[in-house]
Design a protein around this ligand. Structure first.
Ligand SMILES: Cc1ncc(COP(=O)(O)O)c(C=O)c1O
Length: 383
């Protein structure tokens, strides 16, 4: 859809692009300045494979400050984005046919990465009625002796669902009850700082010190600090796993750029008020869109607690006919129709949930109003 959007824009069409997976804000100035300083100071050489000591110390301090997790610089992995860290974790551990449990809807890359490394994705269904939240009973049922990983992502891309401490506790209880199935848990906290309504962020490792030898807590600077292009992600976890991931990275790209690492250290160590200010902007945008969507019948949009996406249920619209007489057969065709009507979204199928769609609100209020107008008109034209 991103490609088709680019083509439509290149042809001069007016399209509101709601496919974006990155904040629309610039990297804060003090972070960019740290990068410029790093160049001037000659920090332009190889760093250790698992990240510069300066950055890993900043990460250790971040985990302590924000999450109450005590870790050391030898239990940290730094990669070229959270994506590389996740890729290496699966490459280091998955054998052919190993099962990876992932609640739907899920970030599309998990499924591709699992597949590329011989794993078998086991989706655990969730529903919009339950705010797309994983239910502990469904988790328990999905665990088998082939389970190698469980993936938890909160706040979630694409649903924005965030787990409370109590919800996470129910998952911990299930994992403890099944402790002889020795699977890892990948906890993807990349949207940690985009969390609304005063909800307190909690991560699994805080609740289960007895399971630390199985939890990989992944995070990164892309979303919180608008640093998607700098390519820095990191994780803390059990040392043997971190060492295996580091060995892989050594032969892939050694490490991410030394300049980006200096910038990421400045992001983690520096003032955090801009992060909070931007989070408040995202919350206002969420509220704006939810309010606008409330009057569109046939589209149900659960209220997300974080990230910068909405994930409306559009199953009621499937089977309806456009003004041109075309029947909308599925979410892909609906997304295609919306693009013709001037709004670009991602079909839910890509996230393991056909009949839904993802809209990113990482854009201006003006664009959001325009998108809401166009979506409402497009839906009302269907018969
Ligand atoms: C859920 C989730 N995890 C991880 C990432 C990886 O981000 P990056 O590789 O930029 O750190 C993304 C990016 O879209 C994401 O949405």
């Amino acid at each position: 859809m991103a490609e088709r959007t680019r083509q439509a824009l290149a042809q001069g069409k007016s399209v509101v692009d709601m496919t974006l997976g990155e904040p629309d804000f610039p990297t804060p100035e003090h972070i960019s300045e740290a990068a410029v300083r790093a160049i001037a100071e000659g920090k332009t050489r190889y760093t250790p494979i698992n990240g510069s000591v300066q950055l890993r110390e900043a990460i250790v301090a971040k985990f302590k400050r924000d999450n109450g997790i005590s870790t050391t610089i030898s239990e940290i992995s730094v990669g070229c984005g959270g994506k590389q860290v996740i890729y290496q974790a699966f490459l280091a551990t998955l054998n052919q046919g190993d099962e990876v449990l992932i609640p739907t809807p899920y970030w599309a890359s998990y499924s591709d990465i699992v597949g590329m490394n011989g794993g078998k994705l086991v989706p655990i269904q969730t529903s919009p009625e339950e705010g797309y939240a994983l239910q502990p009973g469904a988790l328990e049922e999905a665990i088998t002796n082939r389970t190698k990983w469980l993936v938890l992502n909160s706040p979630s891309n694409p649903s924005g669902t965030a787990y409370t401490r109590d919800q996470l506790q129910t998952f911990v209880d299930v994992i403890r009850r099944n402790r002889n199935q020795k699977f890892f848990v990948l906890v993807d906290d990349i949207y940690e700082h985009i969390l609304f309504d005063g909800i307190q962020f909690t991560t699994l490792a805080q609740l289960a010190p007895d399971l630390l030898d199985r939890i990989l807590t992944v995070n990164g600077v892309s979303k919180a600090y608008s640093m998607t292009g700098w390519r820095v992600g990191y994780a803390c976890g059990p040392r043997p796993l971190i060492e295996a991931m580091t060995k892989i990275q050594m032969q892939v790209n050694s490490h991410t750029s030394s300049i980006s690492q200096a910038a990421a250290a400045a992001a983690l160590d520096g003032p955090q008020d801009e992060v909070r200010r931007r989070c408040a902007i995202f919350q206002n945008r969420r509220d704006l869109l939810l309010q606008r969507f409330a009057s569109i019948s046939g589209m149900r949009t659960p209220k997300p607690e974080g990230a910068f996406y909405l994930f409306p249920d559009i199953r009621e619209l499937i089977g309806r006919k456009t003004a041109a007489g075309q029947v909308i057969e599925n979410d892909m065709e609906f997304a295609s129709y919306l693009l013709d009507e001037g709004v670009s979204v991602v079909p839910g199928s890509g996230f393991g949930m056909p009949g839904f769609m993802r809209l990113s609100y990482a854009t201006s209020d003006e664009q959001l109003h325009l998108a809401a107008d166009r979506i409402k008109t497009a839906v009302e034209k269907l018969t």
